[in-house]
Design a protein. Structure first.
Ligand SMILES: [Cu+2]
Length: 543
């Protein structure tokens, strides 16, 4: 279905869904705080959004007149979040803002040609902020739509609001004088896809335990057209960017290629040792060495005609390492200002760790904000890829890491063989794998047995298909029975397997409702969990 048809369908749906509600239960659509410099800091609450049990679906919500500014102006900062009906922030272990993409239907996207994607966030809740004097130009007549994916990790229904807080300068305010517009340049390793994801497998990539997409992937772009590049269509400067990765993601990198360009800075001459080593020569040598070091430090990293512009590092607060959403990205500083020319090619990639776990359905995105026709640093002459700044600190809603006692069930490797009361194929229902779900009591919770070389089949029940409750069977390290949290369990089984999201509902489902365990597993007991509902755990035994 095209985006436009989606949009029309959702407009109609939205009209139907506007039912009378008790006014007291609703949060105000916006609250405004006036900052010293005349900027208005406005928080908009989008919703209420009904979140169904276990949902993990992509949805589109047109932003009504009260969910966005009522007058023309400039947006200089955007901070997203998600809140409960009482305004509190839900725990990330219960529900996640998997992604939010703000679309402006009144403007054309620079890199896709579709509707303009002007702001995006994931569960890391990245804040976008432009350097002083720049803003995203807003017209009250702009038609906006939020593409959101709210991931309910629990079997309970919820009512939530997606929120975004903007720093807004009304067009008629004196502070608006001289503000220059930014253009969002959406860079994505799989640009143009509705659900731009790729899988990263434990143990893949280099000896360093890292996998870079698309560089390390076999045939990432089967039709030969790279989706991670954009040919710059106007002269200008780049002003700000930050990466988006999923758990396991380490960083994203942004590059520029200019046909025929080479390093254009000064030659850094390494001084010769002081000879004879008298006081004067040593002093001279020291001064030359200092000059050489500072010359080297400001040298851009140019390979052929390609220069590195920025690395957006993922900073994990998570004590278990790069395995949960308890993280923040590093974004550019205000003095990052690489100048680009029409005909240059921007490209990006995304690097994940592969020592700890597999990372199915990963992403690599960098929204770059650009100003037209202005001058900045020639990235071939002077280094611009210095370390950026951490976008935000640790968020309290991530304080539920899991991986502790009490366990959710006994260690399945120590249990006797299961009697397979439900038989094979097993029906996944009621947030239980049934066959081998080690949260089931007694004999029912014992691992079902399969002969070496054969498979067990798991089938999604019809109610879950109808209700869009999608599940995965993903291998996790045995015993995989500790408490559920944002960092436990993870896809870290010794033998990697992942069913994908079983269901029929377009992305993110795999459009299949059953899955067979791999037939090539050696003898042993295997544990697995549901990536969507990590409270779901199961085991089977190969004999
Ligand atoms: Cu599930």
């Amino acid at each position: 279905m095209s985006f436009r048809r989606f949009f029309v369908a959702f407009l109609m749906l939205a009209a139907i869904l506007v039912l009378p509600q008790s006014a007291s239960a609703l949060l105000p659509h916006s609250t405004t705080k006036r900052l010293d410099d005349g900027t208005e800091r406005i928080t908009y609450r989008i919703g209420p959004l009904t979140v169904t049990p276990g949902q993990n679906r992509i949805a589109f919500k047109p932003l009504t007149g009260v969910e966005k500014p009522s007058v023309d102006g400039w947006i200089t900062r955007i901070k997203p979040n998600m809140v409960n009906e009482d305004g509190s922030i839900p725990l990330s272990s219960k529900v996640m803002f998997h992604h939010g993409v703000w679309l402006n239907f009144s403007r054309q996207d620079a890199t896709s040609g579709g509707q303009e994607r002007f702001f995006a966030t994931g569960e890391e809740k990245t804040i976008t902020r432009f350097p002083d004097g720049y803003g995203y130009q807003y017209k009250a007549s702009d038609v906006w739509l939020l593409n959101h994916m709210i991931h309910n990790l629990t079997p309970e229904a919820m009512t939530l609001y997606a929120t975004y807080t903007i720093d807004f300068i009304p067009a008629d305010s004196p502070a608006a004088d001289g503000i220059k517009p930014v253009t969002p340049i959406w860079m994505d390793v799989d640009n143009g896809s509705v659900y731009p994801v790729f899988d990263i497998w434990k143990g893949s990539g280099g000896k360093d335990g890292k996998f870079t997409y698309p560089d390390d992937a076999d045939n990432p772009y089967p039709n030969g057209v790279a989706k991670n590049t954009w040919t710059v269509d106007r002269d200008g400067v780049l002003l700000a960017t930050a990466g988006h990765v999923h758990t396991g993601g380490l960083y994203t990198d942004l590059y520029l290629q200019r046909p025929g360009a080479r390093y254009a800075g000064p030659k850094c001459v390494q001084p010769k040792a002081a000879r004879p080593p008298n006081r004067r020569n040593i002093r001279r040598y020291g001064a030359k060495l200092k000059k050489y070091k500072s010359c080297k430090a400001s040298m851009p990293s140019v390979k052929g005609s390609k220069v590195h512009l920025f690395r957006s590092q993922a900073h994990y607060f998570e004590p278990a390492g790069p395995v949960s959403w308890d993280m923040a990205m590093v974004g550019t500083r205000d003095d990052w200002r690489p100048e680009v020319k029409k005909g240059d090619v921007l490209s990006m990639n995304s690097t994940y760790e592969t020592k700890l776990a597999s990372w199915p359905e990963s992403m690599g995105i960098m929204v770059v904000y650009m100003a037209e026709g202005e001058h900045g640093t020639n990235p071939y002459r002077k280094k611009v890829d210095y370390k950026g700044q951490l976008i935000h600190g640790h968020y309290a809603e991530n304080n539920d890491h899991g991986g502790k006692l009490p366990v959710v069930g006994p260690d399945p490797t120590r249990l006797p063989d299961g009697a397979n009361p439900d038989g094979n194929p097993f029906t996944i229902s009621g947030f239980s794998f049934n066959g081998g779900d080690f949260r089931l009591p007694g004999a029912a919770g014992r691992p079902p047995v399969v002969d070496e070389g054969k498979s067990l089949t798991f089938q999604l029940n019809q109610d879950d298909i109808n209700d869009e409750i999608w599940h995965s069977l993903t291998s996790c390290k045995t015993p995989c029975n500790k408490s559920t949290g944002i960092a436990y369990p993870i896809p870290d089984g010794k033998f990697t397997f992942d069913s994908g999201q079983l269901g029929v509902g377009g992305a993110p489902t795999v459009e299949r409702t059953s899955w067979k365990t791999p037939a090539d597993l050696p003898r042993g007991t295997y544990t697995f969990f549901c990536r969507i509902h990590p409270l779901m755990r199961g085991a089977f035994r190969v004999k």
